[in-house]
Structure formats: C-alpha cells, structure tokens
Design a protein around this ligand. Structure first.
Ligand code: PEP
Ligand code: MG
Length: 552
C-alpha cells in the first residue's frame, strides 16, 4: 500500500529508486563480553581496521582531488601502528575487540588533541574512523553516505557539508531528509547537483532500506511503495514540463523587455559542467569556501588561483561574482572557526573572519586578482556577512587595491538592509543573501526544519528588507541581485523583479522555470505582484495572493 510523506520541496524534479538510509554513528556497547580468546579478538579488531582502510583507499581512488586527499589520509590513520598496538594491548588485557578499539581510539584522540592545532584538526577524521571500525565489528550499517553499489534515493536525518564531499551524484537519484530547511546545505547541495530533494520530511528515516520511493522535489512529497502507473505518470509529466520550459531561452527579460540578469550559483569545479550548460548570463555567486572545507589548512594562493582560473575560463566574456571566504556557523572550517563560540551564527563568521585572519582574505584576493588578470571573464568580488557601511567601504578599498574593479557586499544582516543606502554608496553593487537574511530577520536557525515557516522567504518582513535594498541600489544606479535560494522560486522571482532587483542567481537546474516565469510577465505586473506580497499578513498569504494573481 502506497503511503505519502510530506516535506518541503527544495530541489525541483521527480526521481524514483530504492531507499538507502544514511546510518547514525554506532553505539559502543558497554557490556561487550570478550570471547576469552585474546588472539581471536585481536585478529577481529585488526581485520576491521584493515577493512576500513581498504574501503577508504578505494573511495579515495574515485573521489575528486580534494576529497581524495582527505580519504587517503584517513586510510593511513586507520593503519597507524601506534593505534594498532593500543588495540592489541587492550585485548591482551582481556577486553572484547569492540571495547579495545573504542578505548584505543579514545586514547589516540586525546593524544592528537594535545599535539598542537594541526593534529587536533584531525580529530573529526579519527572519530569517523572509530565509528566505521566499530560498525564493522558490530556488523551494523556503516555511518556516513551509503554506497549500496546501485543507484538509490538517499535518506538521512540531514546532510552536513562534510558528508557530501564524496557524494556520487550519478548514483544518488533523490535526497530526502527528516530535518533541514529550505536554506540548509542539503537543499543547496541537491539543487547544485540537480538532484530532486525534499527536506523536513517527517517519517523519512523510518522508511525501510530498499523500499522504492517516488520523490517530487517541486511539490515536496515522497510516495513510499508507489504504484507503477503513478511513477510513470509523474515521470512523464515532469518530462513534458521540462520540454515546455526549454522552449524559452536567452537572457532574462520580462514580457515587455526589462532585463533581469539570470545567473547561476556554483561552489567550484564540480558544478562547472551544469553551470556552463545552463544558458545563464554568468555566475552570480561563486561560494569559494568549498575549496577550504575538509582541509587542515587553507589552500595556497597558487592552488586557489588555479581553481578560480578554471571557473573564469569556463565563463570567459561573462560575469563571475566571486564571494570571498564565508567561514563559520553553518560552514565551519577546521583552521579558522572558533571551536567554542557560544553562538556561532552570531559570531566571527563571513567577513568578520578577516578580523582574526587578515592574511586569509589578502591571499584570496591576490589569487582572484591573478586569475582575473589572465582571463576575459568580468570578475566581480563580494564579501559575505557585511553589517555596516564602514565594513563595505573597507572591503571595497581592499578589493580595488588588488586591481579588481568591481567590489560589492552581500546583504544578509538586517542592519545592512536597513542602511542599504549607505552600504550601497560605499561599494559597487549589492547581492541579497536571502538564506541568511531570513535567518537573522526572524532569529530562526536556517538549519532548523521545524522553523521552516519562519525561514520562508515569502515573509513580508523579509520582502520589506529586499525592497529597501533594491530601492537603495536603484537610487544610486547600482546593481542589486538576489543570490539566496529564494531566487529559484519562479513566483518569488517575479516579486523580486517587482521590488527592483536587477539580477537573480540560482542553481542551474532552476534557471529554465525562472526564465519562463519572468518572460511571461511585464515589469508593471511584477510590481503589482510585489505590492500584493508586501501587503499580505504572512508568508503563506503572500504566496497564495501572488499565485492567485498569476493564475487569473
Ligand atoms: C545566503 O545566505 O543567502 C547566501 C547566498 O549565502 P550562503 O547560503 O552560502 O550562506
Ligand atoms: Mg549566507
């Protein structure tokens, strides 16, 4: 019997396949009884560590460059002789293999943590290794992204950036998470890979391994054990819709010819193929921190320059907006994030990181400038999490000092939106990050699925801040884009255009529907829709009013 689960559709499209659950870390039993044969216990423990190392080496051999390094280093750690001798000492002292392993890892962990900042940064990798070894010994599912050997629908509580480093987009047909919201990493990652996804889907983790599901990432529904006819119908309807959207092409224009630049969001090499194929006018948000994730230290200026160069070459002649490092809070980096910040989302993150690590920003700007000088792309640079006109002015001066002509800032903090005139006057352009702007406007953690109603970018308070920002840019003749996930909602895109936004940047998969929506309405109609949304009581009412008006 088919059963339907509901969540929030965050990456459009329809997909079907067997479920593979992402397992939680295994629990080490406190009452494991040793077999009484220390040699057998030792063999079992060392064999589990070898098996884990072999799997990691195999995964390293097919992972992209940066992820391969992390996996290979982890595999070496699993074969560390000191670790092995601690395990052996444990079983010889009469402990069960699983207990000896857990204790040896704990001891090794304390040693690493005490051995200076570089080694301390490997602790997370070591914990992952322990979990894998314990899972192998207990015969329970391996934690982390599963690899069942065939295409599947990934079901998880939520995904963190580190979980996704080795996610094989060819195998993952759909993603469903129990938690997460419309601006969570799961949402951003799924969209960037073009994988249909539903988040905040209650009951998803209770679906049995291997059960077939039909995921509708536009509607936000997941049908468990669907009838074959239902699957066929959904896939056919999706194909037909795609074909009709593809019929509209070229630069973004309203029905009366008002230009609205349509750009794509990328996070590095992995996204380039889809991004360049998207018939977009350039890149509106290049999230560079993904170059810095899962590393013990920052990539060198040369390493960075090589990546920037590849991106600029892929978009030669077109605009590429590079966002400088946005570390902290939901994007922790081993070497810069303060580990014990009581409130990381309100802490040293985004541009604020450069207060503590000024060289990091300097080196990044030098790398961007070097790559830009060797390319014909129109390179713009912007800073995340800017709060004041003074920060905007200092950043713009620094960027211009590197010979980069166009420096802007993201409007993600309500203070920047409220004072948008002054912020816009201090730099060359603004780009509204609706993911963080809704988080800070509603004081609602963007990763919290249960607060999704507050994080809804249709909320009139958020739209007021977008209006203020767009008007400020308009008054000074400076571009104002939206690059948060909200820009990929075709109806909301119309509202943004009506509010005066000059560009929309989104995952490549979202461009056709937004282009078609914009092309079907005049600027005056968009202004009318924006007025309806601003007058609404709440996000739900705003969406309904605009939906009704576009249907009439
Ligand atoms: C945003 O906050 O809207 C944004 C685009 O930045 P990120 O999602 O990377 O924080
Ligand atoms: Mg942000």
């Amino acid at each position: 019997m088919a059963q339907t689960l509901s969540g929030i559709g965050v990456s459009p499209g329809v997909a079907t396949g067997p479920v593979a659950q992402m397992a939680a870390p295994p629990v080490v039993p406190t009452d494991a009884t040793p077999s009484g044969d220390p040699e057998a216990e030792n063999q079992a423990a060392l064999a589990a560590m070898q098996a884990v190392a072999a799997t990691l080496e195999e995964r390293a051999s097919r992972a992209p460059e940066e992820a391969a390094g992390v996996l290979a280093a982890q595999a070496m750690m699993a074969q560390d002789p000191t670790l092995a001798s601690k395990v052996t000492a444990g079983v010889q002292a009469g402990k069960a293999a699983v207990t000896a392993v857990a204790e040896a890892f704990e001891e090794f962990r304390a040693m690493l943590a005490a051995a200076g900042p570089y080694m301390a940064e490997r602790v997370a990798d070591l914990d992952d290794l322990r979990n894998r070894t314990v899972a192998t010994l207990l015969g329970v599912p391996m934690p982390g992204v599963p690899d069942p050997g065939h295409p599947f629908v990934l079901v998880a509580v939520d995904l963190a950036p580190a979980d996704t480093a080795t996610l094989d987009a060819k195998r993952v047909r759909g993603i469903v998470t129990e938690e997460g919201g419309p601006t969570s990493h799961t949402a951003i990652l799924a969209k960037s890979l073009g994988i249909p996804a539903v988040v905040a889907c209650r009951g998803a983790t209770a679906v049995a391994e291997g059960d077939t599901v039909l995921v509708d990432g536009t509607e936000g529904s997941v049908i468990v054990s669907p009838e074959e006819a239902t699957v066929r119908e959904a896939l056919d309807a999706h194909e037909a819709k795609l074909a009709s959207l593809q019929a509209v092409s070229g630069p973004g224009r309203t029905a009366d010819g008002h230009p609205v630049q349509l750009l794509v969001n990328i996070a590095g090499d992995r996204d380039l193929a889809a991004a360049t194929a998207a018939d977009a006018e350039g890149v509106g948000l290049f999230r560079t921190e993904f170059l810095f994730l899962d590393r013990p230290d920052a990539p060198t200026s040369e390493e960075q320059q090589a990546v920037y160069q590849r991106v600029f070459e892929a978009f030669s002649g077109r605009k590429v907006v590079v966002r400088t490092l946005d570390a902290g809070a939901d994007k922790p980096l081993q070497f810069v994030t303060v580990p014990d910040e009581p409130n990381p989302a309100l802490g040293v993150r985004g541009l604020r990181t450069s207060r503590r690590h000024p060289r990091l920003l300097e080196e990044q700007l030098a790398a961007v400038a070097g790559a830009a000088a060797a390319s014909t792309a129109q390179v713009w640079v912007m800073a995340p999490m800017v709060s004041t006109p003074a920060e905007a002015a200092a950043f713009a001066e620094q960027v211009h000092g590197h010979g980069l002509g166009t420096a802007g800032v993201m409007v993600e903090v309500p203070a920047a939106a409220v004072r948008a005139r002054h912020v816009a006057a201090a730099c060359d352009f603004l780009s509204i990050g609706t993911n963080d702007l809704s988080q800070y406007t509603y004081a609602a953690d963007r990763m919290a699925g249960e607060l999704a109603d507050l994080l809804d970018a249709w909320q009139p308070a958020l739209l007021e801040l977008v209006r203020l920002t767009a008007e400020a840019g308009g008054a000074l003749g400076k571009p104002v884009g939206v690059c948060g996930e909200a820009a990929s909602d075709p109806l909301l895109a119309l509202v943004f255009v009506g509010l005066g936004v000059t560009s929309l940047s989104m995952a490549p998969v979202s461009v056709p529907a937004v282009r078609a929506a914009v092309a079907a309405h005049t600027l005056a109609e968009c202004r009318g829709l924006a007025g309806l949304a601003l007058e609404a009581e709440d996000g739900r009412a705003a969406r309904s009013a605009v939906r009704a008006a576009t249907r009439s």
